[in-house]
Design a protein. Structure first.
Lengths: 321, 559
C-alpha cells in the first residue's frame, strides 16, 4: 500500500511540474502583459513609467527565467507570491476563496447525492412506470437548464418577488449566525446542483437497471432473499462503481463550473477568482488556482480508486508495479 | 402481489422522506432568519459591481478605489459637481493674484500652500507639510510600483518652513498645480514599514487598512463581500450625517437590481449599471427609485488608422462622419441620454470650442465627398476607385460589449447606404487593448473610449511624439497616427501655459483644425448612472474621476 501511495505521489508531482510549465508558458503567451493593459486605461503613463514598472514586476525578463524564479520562490521559500490585482499575498487570497468554494461545492455535492441517488434507484426499480417517466422528464429538464439562467430565475422569484431569500453574497452585514449563512447558500446551491442531479439520476438509473437484470440478482431472488437485501447489499454496491467515477470526476468541474454561479450570486469563490486572475493577467494567482484544480482532479481520481476497493471486494489495490 | 405493493410503498416513503427533509431544512432556514432589510436611517448601503484592490492612495488606479478614497482621504483642493475648485485642507488656492504663485528664474514657478489649523489624521496625529514631502519622496522612489508620476516628476523640490506651510518649486510652469498634491499618506504610520523594506512596501497592510484624514474611516474590509466606513472622530469638517457608509460588492448587475428591490442595499453606485441596463431598470421600476444620469467625460469614438491609404484622405473620414446617424444611435440605444460628441473635449470643459465644424447626419453630403475622393458607385452598391478596389473598411471593438456591438451594426447599415462595406471584427478586451491598440494593429477603424478629465489638454493624445511605435516602446495614445505641425505646437504649449484664458484660446485653435481633419470620429460622451432612494439628499455625481463620495458627509435621508 505504501509503495502504491508513493508511486501515486510521484506521478502527481511529475504531472504538476509539467502542468506548471505548460500553464506558465500559456499565460505568458496571452496578448498584453499587465503593464500593457494598464497603459490602455491610463493616458498619463509615460515611457519611463513603462520601463520602471516592467522591471519592478520582472516582466522585462524572458519567460523561462520568470518561470524558474517563480518555481524557486514557491518550492524553496513556500511563497506563492503577491497578487498584483488584489494587493494581497496569493496564499491568503486563495485560502478564503477555497473555503468559500468548498462550502458551496460540499453543499451542492451532498444535495445532489441525497436527491439523485434515491431517485435514480427508485426510477430503476420502477422502470417504465409512470413515476419513472415523470422522473426522467424532470431529469432531462435539470440537465438542459443552464445554471446561470436558473440562478437568475431563482433570484427573481425568491428574492425580488417573494423576498424570502437574499439575492447575493454570503451573509448579512453585521449578522454572524449559522442560519443566516445557510440562508445565503440556498439559491447558489440549488443553482449549481440542478444539473448534476439530472445527470446523476440518469446515471444511477442506468447503472442500477443494468445490475438488477443480472443473473446473480435473479439467483438471489430465486433463493428467496429479502428484496431490501438484494437491492441494497447486492445490486446497489455493484451499481455504485461507475457512479463513483462520475462523481469523483465531477468534483473539479463543480469548482470551475461554479464560476458563473459565483458571479451571479456574488459568491467570492475560486471560480470567480480564477476567471478574474486570467482576465487581469494576475499570473501568481492564476498559476496557483490552475494547479489547485489539477490537484483536485488527481485527488478525486485517487479517492475514486480507493473507493472502488472499498465497495467491490474483487478490486484490490496492487502493491506491485 | 401484496409484497410488491408493500415494497413500492416502502420505497416511495423513503424517497419522499429524503425530499421532505431537504424541503423542511430549506423552509426552516428561510423563515427563521431575521428579516434584515429594515431601513436604517443612520447608515447607507451602496451596491457596486467591483471591489477595490487597494485603498492606499499611492497605488490606487481604479475608479472603484477612488469611491472609497473619497470617504477616507480629503484633498488639498476639491472639485465639486459643477467643476468648481474649493480649498479643503488649505486656507486658499494659490494664484498669481493672491501672491502664492511666483515665477522664478530659469522658467520655474514656486507655489505656496497654507494648511488649515488643527488638521488631523484619523488616529489623532496632526497633519503637517512633512507628510506631503514624504509622500512625494515615496512617489519618486523607483522601488515602489507607483503607476504614474506625471505630476511629481515636474517638481524640483518641496520645503516646509513651518508646520503649516508647504512650498513647492516646479521645474517648469505647470498649469495644473491648482489641483494640489492629491496623493497623501501619513508619514508617522508608513515610514517605518517603508524604510524597513521599500521593495515590499506595496505589500504592506496599509493597502487594506489605510489611515486617512477624511470624514470617515475604514473599520471593516471583508474581501469579496463589503467595506464599512464609520465617522472619523478626528475629522475637523462638518460632522457626517450618516454614522456608517457601507459598500457591498455585487458582481452581477442582475443581483444588484434584485438587492435593491429586496431592500438589501439602498443605492447603486455609479460603478454599477451600464446606461442600457439603467434605462431598462428604470422602465420597470422607475416609480420606486431616483435615477441619476450625469454627462461624463468618457469619450466614445472611432480611431481612424491614418497609415491606411483609404483613410489618409480626410474627405473619406468626413464622409464617414456625415454618413453616421449618431443622434439616432443615441436616441435608439440610449434614449437620447448619451450626448453626441463634436470634439474630443466635452462641452463642459473650459477649452471646448462650440464654433468648430459640426457633422450632422447628411448622407448626400457624404456621397458627394466620396465621389470627390474618387470612390464612385458600382452595380453592387459598394463604391470603387479607378483601380477597381472596393470601398471596404474593417471596424474593431471589444467583443461582448453589447452597446458597442449595436453601435457597430447601426453604423454598418448607415455606411452601406453611402456605398461603404463595413466588416465587424471584434476581439476580447485583453487582446484588443493589450495587443491590437497597444501596437496599432487595427487595420482601419477602432471603436473604444478615452477617459477625459476637466484638465485634459491633448498632449498625450494628438502630438506626433505620442504615436505608439517600436522606436518609442509603443508609448503614447495617438493611435490614429495623426501628424499636424500646428496642433503639435499647441498641444505641447497648453500644459505649460499658466493663464487659463490663454490655454482656452490655444485649445480652441487646436479643435478647429482637429474638427476639420477628424483623425478620430467622435461619437458620444457617456453618462454616469446611479440609482438611489427618492428621499436621499445631496447625492451629486460629478461626471469626472472625482468620486460620488466627494460630499458624503452631507448625504442624508429626507424625512
Amino acid at each position: 500500500m505504501l509503495g502504491y501511495l508513493s508511486r501515486r505521489l510521484f506521478q502527481t508531482l511529475l504531472i504538476l511540474f509539467i502542468l506548471s510549465i505548460v500553464i506558465y508558458y500559456m499565460l505568458g503567451l496571452m496578448p498584453g502583459d499587465p503593464i500593457d493593459l494598464l497603459i490602455g486605461s491610463n493616458p498619463k503613463v509615460t515611457k519611463e513609467d513603462i520601463v520602471r514598472l516592467k522591471k519592478l514586476y520582472g516582466l522585462d525578463q524572458p519567460i523561462y527565467i520568470r518561470y524558474f524564479k517563480w518555481l524557486k520562490q514557491v518550492v524553496l521559500h513556500q511563497d506563492l507570491g503577491f497578487s498584483r490585482t488584489h494587493k494581497k499575498p496569493t496564499s491568503e487570497l486563495l485560502h478564503g476563496r477555497l473555503v468559500n468554494t468548498f462550502k458551496l461545492m460540499l453543499a451542492s455535492f451532498l444535495l445532489s447525492l441525497l436527491i439523485a441517488l434515491p431517485i435514480g434507484i427508485y426510477s430503476a426499480i420502477h422502470h417504465y412506470s409512470k413515476s419513472d417517466f415523470i422522473i426522467s422528464i424532470f431529469a432531462f429538464i435539470g440537465i438542459s437548464i443552464p445554471s446561470f439562467w436558473l440562478g437568475l430565475m431563482l433570484m427573481a422569484l425568491f428574492s425580488e418577488k417573494l423576498g424570502w431569500l437574499p439575492a447575493s453574497g454570503m451573509q448579512t452585514i453585521g449578522i454572524d449566525s449559522l442560519s443566516d449563512k445557510l440562508k445565503y447558500m440556498i439559491l447558489p446551491t440549488i443553482s449549481v446542483s440542478v444539473q448534476s442531479i439530472g445527470y446523476w439520476v440518469r446515471y444511477m438509473r442506468s447503472s442500477m437497471l443494468e445490475v438488477i437484470n443480472k443473473d446473480y440478482i435473479r439467483t438471489a431472488r430465486a433463493k428467496g432473499l429479502d428484496e431490501e437485501v438484494i437491492l441494497f447489499k447486492h445490486a446497489l454496491r455493484n451499481a455504485l462503481i461507475p457512479i463513483i467515477t462520475i462523481m469523483a470526476l465531477s468534483l473539479p468541474g463543480l469548482v470551475s463550473g461554479a464560476t458563473i454561479t459565483e458571479m451571479i450570486f456574488s459568491w467570492p469563490g475560486m471560480g470567480r477568482l480564477l476567471l478574474d486572475s486570467v482576465l487581469s493577467t494576475d499570473y501568481y494567482v492564476a498559476m496557483i488556482a490552475f494547479l489547485l484544480l489539477a490537484i483536485l482532479t488527481m485527488a478525486s481520481n485517487f479517492v475514486a480508486d480507493i473507493l472502488y476497493a472499498v465497495i467491490d471486494p474483487r478490486i484490490r489495490i496492487s502493491t506491485h508495479a | 402481489m401484496a409484497k410488491k405493493i408493500r415494497r413500492e410503498i416502502h420505497h416511495t416513503k423513503w424517497v419522499g422522506a429524503i425530499l421532505a427533509g431537504i424541503l423542511i431544512v430549506v423552509l426552516i432556514v428561510t423563515f427563521t432568519s431575521k428579516k434584515t432589510n429594515k431601513h436604517n436611517t443612520k447608515q447607507i448601503i451602496i451596491g457596486m459591481t467591483q471591489e477595490p484592490n487597494t485603498l492606499d492612495p499611492l497605488f490606487s488606479e481604479m475608479a472603484v478605489s477612488f469611491e472609497g478614497l473619497g470617504l477616507i482621504f480629503e484633498d488639498m483642493v476639491e472639485r465639486d459637481d459643477a467643476w468648481n475648485y474649493h480649498p479643503r485642507l488649505v486656507t486658499e488656492i494659490p494664484s498669481f493674484e493672491n501672491g502664492l504663485v511666483k515665477r522664478l528664474p530659469g522658467n520655474k514657478i514656486q507655489v505656496t500652500w497654507h494648511l488649515k489649523e488643527g488638521l488631523k489624521w484619523a488616529d489623532g496625529t496632526p497633519i503637517t507639510p512633512e507628510d506631503f514631502i514624504f509622500t512625494h519622496q515615496m512617489i519618486m522612489d523607483d522601488r515602489l510600483p507607483v503607476i504614474t508620476r506625471d505630476t511629481d516628476r515636474r517638481i524640483e523640490k518641496m520645503e516646509a518652513p513651518d508646520d503649516h506651510t508647504l512650498i513647492v518649486t516646479w521645474k517648469e510652469p505647470y498649469a495644473y498645480y491648482i489641483l494640489g498634491h492629491t496623493t497623501l499618506v501619513p508619514k508617522h504610520i508608513v515610514e517605518a514599514e517603508y524604510k524597513k523594506n521599500p521593495e515590499k512596501y506595496h505589500e504592506s497592510l496599509f493597502n487594506k487598512k489605510p489611515i486617512g484624514n477624511g470624514p470617515f474611516q475604514l473599520t471593516e474590509w471583508a474581501s469579496g463581500s463589503h467595506l464599512i466606513f464609520e465617522r472619523n472622530p478626528h475629522w475637523t469638517g462638518p460632522q457626517p450625517i450618516f454614522e456608517k457608509v457601507i459598500y457591498k460588492f455585487i458582481t452581477s448587475t442582475n443581483a444588484l437590481e434584485s438587492n435593491l428591490l429586496s431592500g438589501t442595499i439602498d443605492a447603486i453606485s455609479p460603478i454599477g449599471l451600464s446606461l442600457d441596463q439603467a434605462l431598462d431598470f428604470e422602465r420597470r421600476h422607475g416609480d420606486k427609485f431616483a435615477f441619476h444620469y450625469k454627462p461624463a467625460l468618457t469619450w466614445e469614438h472611432i480611431d481612424c488608422n491614418l497609415d491606411d491609404p483609404i483613410l489618409k484622405d480626410k474627405r473619406v473620414r468626413q464622409a464617414l462622419l456625415y454618413g453616421a446617424n449618431r443622434q439616432m444611435i443615441s436616441d435608439v440605444l440610449f434614449q437620447g441620454k448619451q450626448q453626441v460628441a463634436d470634439s474630443w473635449l466635452p462641452p463642459k470643459h473650459y477649452g471646448y470650442n462650440p464654433k468648430i465644424k459640426h457633422y450632422p447626419y447628411d448622407p448626400d453630403k457624404a456621397k458627394k465627398l466620396l465621389e470627390e475622393a474618387g470612390w464612385v458607385e458600382s452595380t453592387d452598391g459598394i463604391r470603387v476607385n479607378n483601380r477597381g478596389d472596393k470601398l471596404r473598411l474593417t471596424i474593431m471593438a471589444t467583443a461582448g460589449n453589447k452597446t458597442r456591438e449595436q453601435t457597430e451594426q447601426i453604423l454598418q447599415s448607415d455606411w452601406r447606404k453611402i456605398g461603404i462595406d463595413l466588416e465587424i471584427v471584434n476581439q476580447p478586451g485583453q487582446v484588443f487593448f493589450g495587443d491590437t491598440m497597444r501596437h496599432r494593429k487595427f487595420k482601419h477603424l477602432a471603436l473604444y473610449a478615452w477617459m477625459m478629465s476637466p484638465v485634459s489638454d491633448g498632449e498625450g493624445l494628438w502630438t506626433k511624439e505620442s504615436i505608439p511605435s517600436e522606436k518609442n516602446n509603443w508609448e503614447g495614445q495617438n493611435n490614429p497616427g495623426w501628424i499636424n505641425e500646428e496642433t503639435n505646437k499647441i498641444d505641447h504649449l497648453v500644459p505649460v501655459t499658466l493663464e487659463e484664458s490663454k490655454r482656452k484660446e490655444l485649445l480652441h485653435q487646436q479643435q478647429v483644425i482637429w474638427a476639420e481633419e477628424i483623425p478620430a470620429l467622435p461619437l458620444f460622451f457617456r453618462s454616469d448612472i446611479s440609482v438611489t432612494p427618492k428621499n436621499l439628499e445631496n447625492w451629486k455625481m460629478t461626471g469626472t474621476l472625482t468620486p460620488i463620495t466627494w460630499n458624503a458627509e452631507t448625504w442624508k435621508f429626507a424625512n
